[in-house]
Write a protein that binds this ligand. Sequence first.
Ligand code: ADP
Ligand code: ZN
Length: 437
Amino acid sequence: MASNGFWNEEIETMKRSDLEKLQVERLRKTVEIAQHSPYYSEVFKKNNITPESIKSLEDLQRFPFTTKEDLRSHYPFGLVLVPMEKVVRVHSSSGTTGNPTVVAHSQKDLDEWAEQVARCMYMVGCRNTDVFQNTSGYGMFTGGLGYQYGAERLGAVTVPAAAGNSKRQIKFIMDFGTTVIHAIPSYATRLAEVFYEMGIDPKKDTKLRIFCLGAEPHSEEQRQRIEQLFGIKAYNCFGMSEMNGPGVAFECKEQNGLHVWEDYVIPEILDPVTLQPVPEGEVGELVLTTINREAMPLFRYRTRDLTRFIPGDCPCGRTHRRLARFQGRSDDMIIVKGVNIFPIQIERILMGFKELGMNYLITIDTISNNDEMQVEVEIGDNMRIDDYPTLQNLTKEITRQLKDEILLTPKVKLVEKGSIPQAEGKAVRVKDFRKNH
Ligand code: ADP
Ligand code: ZN
């Protein structure tokens, strides 16, 4: 099927008008599937939604939103629309509080998802001649099996190494000649450290050539550092378990925005307060409607993730719209002394200092009735923790740049490499000890 550098040229380069027609058709089909379920029959009746009434993308506006809370209150299978005989797998998000969110998939859903991931990987140059190693956990987390089936669909040799045990990961990379690797950004950094501790230079001594990087927010600066550490290109992958998992949107080789696959989802970017579309190109909350899922479609799902559409055509020839690098989730925003701050703003500044490592922690606490922010960051390999004059100057400069960016002055503390604890899975960058948190 693949040709001219596209996994599915017809779909990937489809004329916008045809793509929109396809979206309307698929939305109508999804309504057909959903209308007989007790839950949706009521929702649709209230909003006068019938398959016949879906005539253009405008009709999506008549659908109510779906939230994480809706998924939780129908836990586990309340929103499954096919008989359970047709369900072959469930995935869930980690859900630190309350019920996790669960998504059920039919075999067709899983096949479509594998296609979606294969399309992403092919786009950045992965081929069936590649050896693909996946460092994601292979459990309910979608980064494991999601990539596994996508890479198999592509025809690559897959190495389902799963999470952890960096020395073993490196042994596999060396012995199997791994060429493509998938990791979350915080683990990519850790892996690079272990490479260098073992005296292996991943740039020269491995066959690695492509890095798939995703599942957690990271700044452009962090991506560039990872690219330098490994000497390869790293591509941003966005996904969430509610929308299958990895592969919802993926950067092409232009590395200027992530193509969101519009034959799978209808993306909207809305003002999180008014829930009206933001002007083209402005930041808002990403809202997604699945249009080729049968077991558990979701209409206008509020992701809480903040991004914007990148206006204009992509030189790669794909017509699916591009999303800008994610700024974080609306619930990641920290408000200190009335100032709204996203952790990624702090990361961007820190990563600009070559003297620093890549691990950092933001702590907020109330001290004598005042909200105080502390930014701890590990120093890099070429710095010494007892080199006071250098550290002092560096601390001053970091504080100054942070103040320019976030408009308040945090307490900056440089700490030794390895002293900030690393999370098992996705990185924890913020600890808020204030009473009301
Ligand atoms: P969990 O809820 O267990 O963390 P999910 O895979 O469902 O697992 O998490 C999805 C969330 O991860 C997204 O809603 C988004 O906030 C974040 N995320 C995923 N990929 C990216 C990315 N490339 N950039 C920024 N954030 C991302
Ligand atoms: Zn492109």
